[in-house]
Design a protein around this ligand. Structure first.
Ligand code: UD1
Length: 417
């Protein structure tokens, strides 16, 4: 089992390109199932979660080719409607395939994704709203047995929470539906807009993505397309946190600064100097970060829950005490005990974490507990004096193609062993 080894305490300087967004590519790969032809996808990150999504597509009968960051998927001959349990277990967000498989084959069988490291992750909103569009879904012994007797039919959908995954599933299901679907209280994340752009480039009629009302006029079929995935705003925010804790000056290329507004605002409050222009973000930190009096994770365009762990790790070395409130997931603080091994002072209760900044962290052996929690440990290790080794880095690889390569480009002493 490989580990990441960091010799912390060094300033970061340098430039790097940010990879394509994991949270965009996964629903877009699911959506390729709607196209009885070829989708060419550029800027596709090389991630274990993407491998799982490609395995699902191959299992369903699609022909998948990958050359570096370009993936071609041909879904002409879909001949299966079942996602194996082993693949569902590897990636909870495989539920986003449900609407696509149903739309394409009229049936679907998959295991219910259940919980994960972040706590219970229900899929009730996915199921309820696909049912409204015409799916029949039976939950039986941990499996979802689904049929679509009369095809999807456009309807008005009211999401009780602006769930990213449920919005995506409904958008995909509605694309080839009969009639018009309107999603009220839709998620507004940039990845939703990327999914709409992909589907529209193939002939779909989706309007309003990025706002809280999305209108989808069903079309009969989609055609071949080519699409470039947006950059990963969570990876960018991780490296912003890294320079925040280490000091130095870094340039992130292939970013969309407007999509990082919530994080940029927080970084500025901590004392970072930020220069943004089209596609580029320069982040400099000259002193120890300042505290953040209170930071609440929110749905977009608020501060993203996935950027919380790396930013919290940065604030362990802030001057003063910061308060975090996690509003999206129940169980996001599993990594905190590991950060404490580096000497961080953090108390958690329920959704709240109180981080008392200290002037020095010390390297220690730690273990990643989940994807973004793992990224927090990398940030903590970079800011700690001495050697930090991080175990269970398979979690980190789900969302960072090569965090070691990236941080080396910024001058960090980091390696994978
Ligand atoms: C997506 C992202 C994830 C990010 C999250 C919130 C992907 C692959 N993952 O996850 O990285 O952290 O958005 O920005 O894009 N919920 C329900 N019932 C449902 C669905 C969700 O109660 O049917 C709850 C969840 O338990 C959670 C909250 O809603 O507490 C947010 O979930 P959601 O927006 O659906 O996140 P995901 O799409 O799973």
């Amino acid at each position: 089992m490989s580990k990441i080894v960091i010799e912390g305490g060094k300033k970061l300087n340098g430039a790097l390109e940010i990879d394509g967004a994991k949270n965009s590519i996964l629903p877009i790969l699911a959506a390729t199932l709607l196209i009885e032809g070829t989708s060419e996808i550029h800027n596709c990150p090389v991630l274990s979660d993407v491998d799982v999504a490609l395995k699902i597509l191959s299992h369903l009968g699609c022909v998948v080719k990958r050359e570096g960051q370009c993936v071609t998927v041909n879904c002409q001959n879909v001949n299966c409607a079942e996602v194996p349990h082993s693949l569902m277990r590897e990636m909870r967000s495989s539920i986003v395939f449900l609407g696509a498989i149903l739309a394409r084959t009229g049936k679907a069988v998959m295991s219910s994704p259940g919980g994960c490291e972040l706590g219970p992750r229900p899929v009730d909103l996915h199921i309820k709203n696909l049912k409204i569009l015409g799916a029949q879904i039976e939950e039986d012994g941990g499996f979802l047995n689904c049929t679509l007797p009369e095809g999807f039919k456009g309807k008005e959908i009211y999401l009780s929470f602006a769930s990213v995954g449920a919005t995506e599933n409904v958008m995909i299901a509605a694309t080839l539906a009969q009639g018009k679907t309107i999603i009220h209280n839709a998620a507004r994340e940039p990845e939703i807009v990327d999914l709409a752009d992909f589907l529209n480039s193939a002939g779909a009629k989706i309007f309003g993505a990025g706002s809280n009302t999305i209108e989808i006029i069903g079309v009969d079929k989609l055609h071949d397309t080519s699409h470039k995935i947006i950059p990963d705003r969570i990876i960018a925010s991780t490296y912003m946190a890294a320079v925040g804790i280490c000091g130095g000056s870094i340039t992130l290329k292939n970013v969309i600064p407007a999509q990082l507004a919530g994080v940029i605002d927080v970084m500025k409050q901590t004392g970072a100097e930020i220069f943004a222009r089209e596609g580029i973000l320069k982040v400099s930190m000259k002193k120890r970060p300042r505290r953040i009096s209170s930071l609440h994770t929110q749905i977009y365009p608020g501060f993203p829950t996935d950027s919380g762990p790396p930013i919290l790790a940065m604030l362990t070395k802030a001057r003063g005490t910061s308060v975090f409130v996690e509003n999206i997931f129940q169980n996001r603080y599993n990594y905190v005990d590991e950060l404490k091994r580096l000497g961080a002072n953090i108390e958690t209760e329920g959704r709240v974490a109180v981080v008392e900044g200290c002037s020095r962290l010390s390297g220690a052996p730690v273990r990643a507990t989940d994807l973004r929690g793992g990224a927090a440990l990398v940030v903590g290790g970079l800011g700690a004096q001495g050697i930090t080794t991080i175990d269970k880095i398979c979690y980190i690889k789900r969302g960072y193609a090569d965090i070691v390569r990236d941080l080396k480009m910024l001058g960090a002493e980091i390696k994978e062993e």
